[in-house]
Design a protein around this ligand. Structure first.
Ligand SMILES: Cc1cc2nc3c(=O)[nH]c(=O)nc-3n(C[C@H](O)[C@H](O)[C@H](O)COP(=O)(O)OP(=O)(O)OC[C@H]3O[C@@H](n4cnc5c(N)ncnc54)[C@H](O)[C@@H]3O)c2cc1C
Length: 232
């Protein structure tokens, strides 16, 4: 961090509170301690924890951190147990759990979810329709988010038949380090018309951007048997 960036970082929590609203920024000791823990390990406390509740708010917070030259660390359900969101560098922790919208397009066999949506919430929304995504969550699915899981290429019971989490994803809306929103598969029905831009952001542990929303195709009946490619 440069000297001028360091000066800007000093009042970063206040700047973020102006951008997001005070209720979306936490810097009390209990919150900083909680978010500095993974299941087993502890990292450094963040400068503050932000909880944006829309993609636009996420972009605005990222732009503010970028201008201050401060690292940004995304967190979904916090169940990684691999220290995925822990760091000893000065950083702002992005709690993405408020990005939890679910849009079901049953006619086109697609679902778009906010990155912070838990697998349990997605299952609860699809069950009444008799639908499921090919990958339907890890054993930690009550807490684990779709964004966090795809960032870790999470596998689960049934992955041999249905593929891993990343294989259920058609496209990702990801906020890059300067606040730009990139949609990796805006209007496509498959990932494989050309280079797999979506695949670049799977298994990245959030290093390449903050996932805001994800789209899955091949949402089908519980009775459908899937091949890992997503084909029936
Ligand atoms: C009891 C238990 C059972 C588990 N079962 C399984 C299992 O069956 N299969 C399995 O593979 N794993 C399992 N895990 C490990 C872990 O829960 C999964 O990998 C889970 O998918 C992580 O999701 P999360 O939302 O908790 O991610 P987090 O822990 O919040 O984050 C994981 C990583 O992704 C990054 N990240 C999070 N959200 C975003 C985002 N929106 N954009 C960009 N990067 C992001 C973080 O920075 C971090 O590097 C289990 C863990 C526990 C504690």
């Amino acid at each position: 961090m440069t000297a001028s960036a360091s000066a800007k970082a000093g009042d970063l929590p206040q700047q973020l509170a102006q951008v997001l609203g005070a209720g979306a920024v936490r810097s009390d000791a209990d919150s900083l301690d909680f978010f500095a823990h993974d299941v087993f390990a502890q990292g450094a406390r963040a400068l503050c924890v932000v909880r944006p509740d829309s993609i636009a708010a996420l972009q605005a917070a990222v732009r503010t951190c970028a201008a201050a030259g401060v690292a940004m660390v995304p967190r979904g359900g916090g169940a990684s147990y691999t220290d995925g969101y822990l760091t000893n560098r000065p950083h702002v922790l992005f709690d993405l759990s408020a990005l939890d919208f679910i849009e079901i397009d049953a006619a086109n066999a697609m679902v778009r979810v906010g990155a912070g949506t838990t697998w349990a919430a997605l299952k609860a929304a699809l069950d009444p329709l008799g639908l499921r995504t090919p990958f339907w969550g890890p054993f930690s699915g009550i807490a684990a988010s779709v964004g966090g899981s795809v960032s870790q290429n999470t596998i689960s019971h049934g992955s041999g038949a249905h593929g891993i989490s990343a294989q259920s994803v058609l496209g990702i809306e990801v906020v890059l380090a300067d606040g730009t929103l990139l949609n990796t598969a805006a209007s496509r029905a498959t990932r494989h018309y050309g280079p797999d831009l979506t695949g670049l952001f799977t298994g990245d542990c959030g290093a390449l951007g903050l996932k805001a929303a994800l789209r899955s195709c091949q949402v089908k009946s519980h009775r459908t048997r899937y091949a890992p490619s997503g084909r029936i």
